[in-house]
Design a protein around this ligand. Sequence first.
Ligand code: PLP
Length: 210
Amino acid sequence: MNLETILEKTKNVRLVAASKYANYKDIKRLYDSGIVEFGENQVQAFAQKRELLENLPIKWHFIGNLQSNKINLLLRQRPILWQSCNSLKIAKAVNQRLDYKLETLLEINTACEESKNGIESEKAIEEYLQIQEKCLNLKLRGIMCIGSHNDDEKLITKSFELAYKIYEKLRPYGANICSMGMSGDFELALKCGSNMLRLGSILFKKDEPI
Ligand SMILES: *Cc1c(COP(=O)(O)O)cnc(C)c1O
């Protein structure tokens, strides 16, 4: 799929380029083609790339698992959205160190996979409300999930549908972002109601120059 097709298919939602596979030159190239939101999943790499690209008004997201010893470095990068808040504990730790309001998504493990970070579906609503109540520097905006890592479209769809159900229950509490869909499953995610995609490999693959 070339970039034009991807942009056409995703034009009604927010597109975040997951740039972990990309160096700063690739990011610059993609930025020049019109993508302005990028997500990094490692704090150190995020800091390095942001510094190299500080001339560009890129909107950076943080989408990876956050270790508590990296919180200060992360906050110095001023991400506009922390997509991967996956426990009340880390939420509190970040909240304490914030001197501005950070928009945040709760990461939910709707695929029920051991290997994934994220809050269990059954606990998601409760946890969301707790964070909202206790972490006043975090502005919760919705949820993020990584679809089931599987070739079975039915299973992937199931994990997206579950995420969307939780998202709908959180709408009355101000949620308006449902971040789901990656390179391999973004079309399914769109069908299930996603309004934010995180695309990596499909945007940065080297064999098809963009
Ligand atoms: C890498 C990554 C993506 C993008 O994955 P692709 O399959 O390369 O599109 C999306 N979300 C998160 C959290 C990631 O770490």
